[in-house]
Write a protein that binds this ligand. Structure first.
Ligand code: PGA
Ligand code: ZN
Length: 421
């Protein structure tokens, strides 16, 4: 039984205010403790314009969240009321999600089971537990860093590992090697990091990023075992009709959607890229659909879908992509996130769980990934507390499952369709 709920304003990884919700139940996780907390909220920089709306106070410009917090004070009365807007703009998706996540944690504690188990039950998933492939964003560009690179994320995926813990070790090794490679090529001052913990050297073209990655991976002896993914987050660099690869440079470098498609195809042919996210802007449906006709790899909609059931259905009808990025705060409640994931699964799509660039040390999405058996997630580089919190939680879960002798498997090369296990 829920006995109390509290909300407070706290800071995220960028020093911006975020909402924290604590829900107390009469029964806690540990004997003798009664407080159960679920904490939110994470926030993006390259947000999709169709995302659920966070409430922020005008008094503190774009950053305050006091209104959302004060809404939570009415939690007992409002919790089960419908917000009444399609984008949660009345109560604020940040307030609603904080409560939703805290209640999921409280529910798990009441049932005396881990959060991932509670989510599995909610989602109706059973069978072998799937440990995800961590897609680690080790080179940052776009609006997540101050370099000249238009593309936002370059990720490494240790698909050749045999366990999640081994995948993290391999990822950390490549990350440290990459730091040396960057320092040798661009000098030690170029090893500063971006919003998601990846390096942000002074590069401007994707080939330069892949050359750095290829060198680091080869030097670690992981060629063929570590693959790549990119999230250009192209909604951030679309102009009227063309895309501007010179986004942060003095001179624009405009390319048509067809030219951009060719660039992606070239990169996929040249490097072991297994996943491409948001290659085109959120409303550029034509380019998505055209590209998807011949796309052999995972094509993930983030800003395109905003974890929204209506847009997922539209994308399915139009055959615009073959995978859904799952960001809980894009949709605003845990229940809706589970529904969206199940809908995507029903289309034969993959589901890729994601953090936000503005994060907290909350590790909810680690349990969500296991609970839904998505086979992969992204939580930034193996660096910065708010990024590794999720990876560390997943290593805890892996150890817990193995110690209990529960059937579990590392997704590896099957990260797209782990249900085949
Ligand atoms: P965001 O970026 O959290 O800044 O929106 C993450 C992403 O685009 O996947
Ligand atoms: Zn994205």
């Amino acid at each position: 039984m829920i006995t109390a709920a509290k909300a407070a304003q706290r800071l995220d990884s960028r020093g911006n205010p975020t909402v924290q919700v604590d829900v107390e139940t009469s029964k806690g996780i540990c004997p003798g403790k009664s407080a159960v907390s679920g904490r939110s909220f994470r926030q993006g920089a390259s947000t999709g314009k169709h995302e659920a709306v966070e409430l922020r106070d005008s008094i503190t410009g774009v950053y305050g969240v006091e209104t959302a917090v004060s809404n939570l004070k009415d939690i007992d009365r409002c919790m089960r009321e419908i917000d009444g807007t399609p984008n949660k703009s009345r109560l604020g998706a940040n307030a609603i999600l904080g409560v939703s996540m805290a209640c999921a944690r409280a529910g798990a504690a009441e049932a005396g089971i881990p959060l991932y188990e509670f989510i599995r039950k909610e989602a109706g998933i059973s069978g072998t537990y799937v440990l995800p492939v961590p897609f680690m964003n080790v080179l940052n560009g776009g609006v997540h860093s101050g370099n000249m690179m238009a593309f936002q994320e370059f990720m490494i995926a240790p698909v050749g590992a045999t366990s999640f813990a081994e995948a993290m070790r391999m990822g950390a090794e490549v990350y440290h090697r990459l730091k040396q490679v960057v320092a040798e090529k661009y000098g030690p001052a170029a090893t500063g990091i971006g919003d998601e913990g990846g390096f942000a050297p002074p590069i401007s073209m994707p080939e330069q990023a892949f050359d750095l990655l290829e060198t680091a991976v080869a030097q670690c002896g992981y060629t063929n075992k570590v693959k790549y993914a990119i999230d250009p987050a192209s909604s951030e660099f679309i102009g009227e009709k063309e895309y501007n690869l010179g986004l942060k440079q003095d001179k624009p470098n405009l390319v048509s959607p067809a030219e951009l498609s060719d660039l992606y195809r070239r990169l996929i042919g040249q490097y072991p890229i297994v996943l491409l996210e948001d290659p085109f802007a959120e409303d550029d449906w034509d380019s998505w659909c055209e590209f998807n006709k011949t796309c052999q790899i995972e094509l993930v909609g983030d800003d395109l879908l905003v974890t929204n059931v209506a847009r997922v259905k539209e994308a399915h009808e139009k055959k615009a992509c073959n995978a859904m990025l799952l960001k809980v705060n894009q949709i605003g409640t845990v229940t809706e996130a589970i529904e969206a994931a199940n809908l995507a699964f029903s289309f034969g799509w993959s589901v890729f769980v994601s953090h936000r660039s503005g994060e907290t040390t909350d590790d909810f999405i680690a349990d969500l990934t296991i609970g839904l058996g998505t086979g992969h997630l992204k939580s930034g580089a193996p660096c910065r507390g708010e990024r590794v919190a999720k990876y560390n939680r997943l290593m805890d879960i892996e150890a817990e499952l193995r110690a209990a002798g529960k059937p579990c498997v590392y997704a590896g090369n099957e990260f797209r369709f782990p249900s085949s296990y």
